[in-house]
Design a binder for this molecule. Structure first.
Ligand code: SAJ
Length: 461
């Protein structure tokens, strides 16, 4: 009886005898698997990458995520986490969590990994199985692609087999905390699917919000697209202030004092595995004229690295610095602060553009050794030494504490400081005698007058 299956599964979740298989052990799947195993479930981690599985089985973890290594060690010690390249564990698991990547190829979704995982799930599907989909997917994927494949096998949805879309909302470097603390959306293909997936997630998430499957799919894409569009707007404001000669950070700070305005930060462009592709997943299959808004924003964000290099090349030229002999220090290569991930990082385009200009690029990033063809400095000092220009690409915490005096003493006397991430204080840099320029700022042609104006603004009236 249906009620028996559901009560049994709910009971198994309560007493932690439910078994969980997690497909895809990447930056989402591995934390997911380990969190469930820490909560007391027996978890099978399944990945097609034999090397990754081998390393994980030896207790080695390639994902830099605070606390992850510790729970991997504990889970393996307690024998509640096993890794394999085989799909057989699905046969004996109650919950199958899908965490495989869904990249885009030239703006079109590539669902090959999702399809392969589904083929494996299909050949091991059984009555009473609950599928929880975490991978980000184009709208309608669950009902249009996943459900029909299970129905083909003769299963009745929401009665024999249960399917729910439950998107992840983890920010790298905060995965464990955010998994527990961020509200979790659960959209089942029917009430039983929602109830069962929510029961599992409630064991590890503080707040679970039930909705329908399409709403959960679109909401996930809407969050990341909103962020991308908002950042594009901030970057657009940076271009406006560059044109008129203002300071975009001041403009946004002032605009954000309005109680209904929250503009994001401008910068060197948008990177990472999510914001760069989710707008394309959201608009997949939609009439072109309706997708214009998000495509324009995507393009604007993608063009930021090129705009930066064009401005920097002009600055070098205007200051009589020949690109043939110039050395440029690039600080930060990862796509965002304090992580090692370089996926779709704007730094790649910036470095490649600079190398094409013929300058010597010396990159330093305390979190990654990737340099995209630039020389790799072993320390921030080494990258700054003798530099004609310093480009701050990624606002790693350690970069914010480099003093302008250190920069001045190590770099060439005429050195240009280009604050792409806009995290440094222009007044302090100019006061220290640096030629400061940045996204949505400068160059300042009359430093004395600028400093005088800033001083005047700061004084309480
Ligand atoms: N960025 C800006 N300005 C800002 C904020 C970010 O230029 O004001 C840039 C960053 O430097 C970076 C890029 O945007 O290059 C993306 O960074 P992010 O922190 O916005 O996003 P991700 O890709 O690390 O994580 C996002 C998060 N989504 C939202 O905040 C809405 C995360 O919660 C999701 O779980 C993740 O995508 C995902 O996996 O979908």
């Amino acid at each position: 009886m249906l009620t028996d299956i559901i009560s049994l599964l709910v009971q198994k979740v309560k007493d932690r005898t439910a078994r969980v298989s997690v497909l895809g052990l990447g930056r989402v799947g591995l934390p997911t698997a380990l969190i469930f195993s820490s909560a007391g479930f027996c978890v099978f981690g399944i990945d097609t990458d034999a090397t990754k599985v081998e390393r994980l089985s030896q207790g080695r973890c390639d994902i830099q995520e605070p606390g992850l290594y510790e729970i991997l060690t504990n889970s393996q010690r307690s024998h509640r986490f096993q890794v394999t390249t085989r799909y057989d564990p699905i046969l004996e698991t109650d919950f199958v969590v899908l965490c495989v990547p869904t990249p885009v190829h030239e703006t079109k979704p590539n669902l090959e990994s999702l399809q392969s995982a589904m083929a494996a799930v299909k050949s091991h599907a059984h009555r009473g199985m609950v599928m929880v989909i975490e991978s980000t997917v184009p709208p309608s994927t669950t009902s249009g692609r996943i459900v029909p494949q299970l129905e083909e096998l003769g299963f009745v949805m929401d009665q024999d087999i249960f399917v729910a879309y439950c998107p992840e909302r983890l920010s790298p470097a905060h995965a464990l905390k955010e998994f527990a603390e961020n509200p979790r959306l659960v959209g089942g293909i029917g009430p039983n699917s929602t109830k069962l997936a929510a029961a599992l997630l409630r064991t590890v998430c503080k707040e679970v919000l039930s909705t329908d499957v399409l709403t959960a799919e679109v909401a996930k894409l809407a969050e990341n697209t909103f962020r991308d569009v908002n950042i594009a707007y901030a970057n657009f404001l940076a271009l406006v202030t560059e044109h008129f000669g203002g300071d975009v950070s001041k403009v946004i700070a002032m605009a954000n004092t309005h109680p209904r305005v929250r503009i994001h930060r401008p910068g060197v462009g948008v990177g990472g595995p999510c914001l760069t592709k989710d707008p394309y997943l959201l608009t997949d299959g939609i009439a072109e004229e309706l997708t214009e808004l998000v495509r324009v924003c995507r393009r604007l964000n993608d063009e930021m690295p090129n705009r930066l290099t064009i401005r920097l090349a002009r600055l070098l030229r205007d200051n009589g610095i020949s690109t043939d002999s110039a050395k440029i220090a690039v600080l930060g290569v990862s796509y965002k602060p304090d992580i090692d991930d370089t996926s779709s990082t704007p730094a790649k385009q910036i470095i490649e553009n600079l190398l094409k200009l013929g300058v010597r690029v010396c990159a330093y990033d305390p979190h990654t050794s990737q340099t995209y063809g630039a020389d790799r400095a072993q320390s921030v000092e080494e990258s700054l030494r003798g530099a004609d220009a310093i480009v701050l690409v990624t606002a790693h915490s350690s970069f914010k504490s480099i003093s302008f005096e250190t920069m001045r003493s190590l770099a060439k006397p005429h050195c240009i400081l280009f604050d792409g991430a806009r995290v440094l204080d222009p007044s302090k840099a100019i006061q220290a005698g640096m030629m400061y320029c940045g996204t949505g700022f400068g160059p300042v042609t009359e430093p004395r007058r600028y400093l005088h104006e800033q001083e005047h603004e700061r004084k309480p009236r």
